[in-house]
Design a protein around this ligand. Structure first.
Ligand SMILES: [Fe+2]
Ligand SMILES: [Fe+2]
Length: 307
């Protein structure tokens, strides 16, 4: 039997695919978003065993049905078994022009973790391995804030009660469960970058020693934090600076992670310029230096031990 804990994972967070005209998306690159995703899929070809998209796959602000079509075409060319989750930008917005609903996303991405129940959360037991992936739906329509509802918590809990203690569980979700940087609790509005019900959800996570790591998107920045023995990892976005995707190598006793930049250098430079003069970010961080520091503080490479 091959090593039951050895796996290579790829994470493409927050690709925000948007081919529609309209208001720019500030620090997120809109026009090249599809090209960046396609190039990233190419870069990960034969490099990983499973691929994850922890939310904000499209931009639902104007014409999500069109963006979803384009996204699905790009993803279908990819041969790596893949899993998707909803982010806040995958849910209808007050400016959404078409009849898009959350269920459109779940139906079109059926097979990407979604199993036909029309629910935005899923479980996958890796064949031949002692590893289980649990994906959660933290996105609510018309808000950037995230939460895990009662029904989903019950589902999550009942799954974990029945997962053998010697398996490793990795949880994927769009909104982070922990505060990765003090600015998130200090600046008004930045608390959208942590789950609404984070204290109670953290307590729930801590009840299950099988949970080794919780991997999230939404923040668009690489961060790592260990709380109560669980490793929390925030993945950077491929369409905002520093424009990176993440590769993990999992073993029985450790996980190594590496953030890799997208291959189009010109778009990284453009994203850096956009970020430094982004009004919203300047309001939250005060100066361009503070913005850059927020996105560079977290380690881009590391490894941690699994107990
Ligand atoms: Fe995002
Ligand atoms: Fe988000």
């Amino acid at each position: 039997m091959s090593d039951p804990f050895n796996l290579r994972l790829g994470i493409i967070a927050d690709p925000h695919v948007n081919v529609c005209e309209g208001e720019g998306s500030h620090y997120k690159l809109r026009d090249p978003s599809l090209q960046i995703l396609e190039a990233t899929l190419k870069d990960l070809e034969n490099q990983v065993d499973y691929l994850f998209f922890p939310g904000d796959l499209i931009d639902a602000k104007y014409e999500p049905l069109r963006n979803l079509d384009v996204l699905c075409q790009a993803l279908k060319k990819n041969l790596i078994p893949s899993f998707a989750l909803m982010g806040n930008h995958d849910t209808p917005h007050k400016t959404t022009k078409d009849a898009y609903k959350k269920t459109d996303f779940i139906r079109r991405l059926s097979g990407f973790g979604f199993d036909g129940r029309e629910k935005g959360y899923w479980r996958f037991d890796v064949p031949g391995k002692k590893i289980t992936f649990l994906g959660l739906d933290t996105a609510q329509p018309f808000t950037s804030y995230g939460s895990v509802d009662k029904e989903q918590r019950a589902w999550f809990q009942s799954n974990l009660e029945n997962i053998d203690k010697d398996r490793h569980v990795f949880v994927f979700m769009h909104h982070p469960t922990v505060v990765f940087h003090p600015v998130i609790s200090e600046v008004e509005g930045m608390d959208m970058y942590v789950l609404n019900d984070n204290d109670s959800f953290l307590k729930l996570l801590c009840r299950y020693p099988q949970i080794k790591a919780v991997i999230s998107g939404h923040l668009h920045a690489p961060y790592y934090k260990k709380v109560e023995g669980i490793h929390f990892i925030s993945c950077p976005s491929i369409v905002s600076w520093p424009n990176m995707f993440v590769q993990f190598v999992v073993n029985e006793s450790s996980i190594e992670y590496t953030c890799r930049p997208i291959r189009q250098r010109q778009w990284i430079d453009q994203a850096f310029k956009n970020l430094c003069c982004d009004e919203h970010s300047l309001r939250n961080f005060g100066t361009a230096e503070n913005i850059v520091s927020f996105y560079t503080l977290g380690a881009r490479k590391g490894s941690f031990q699994l107990s």
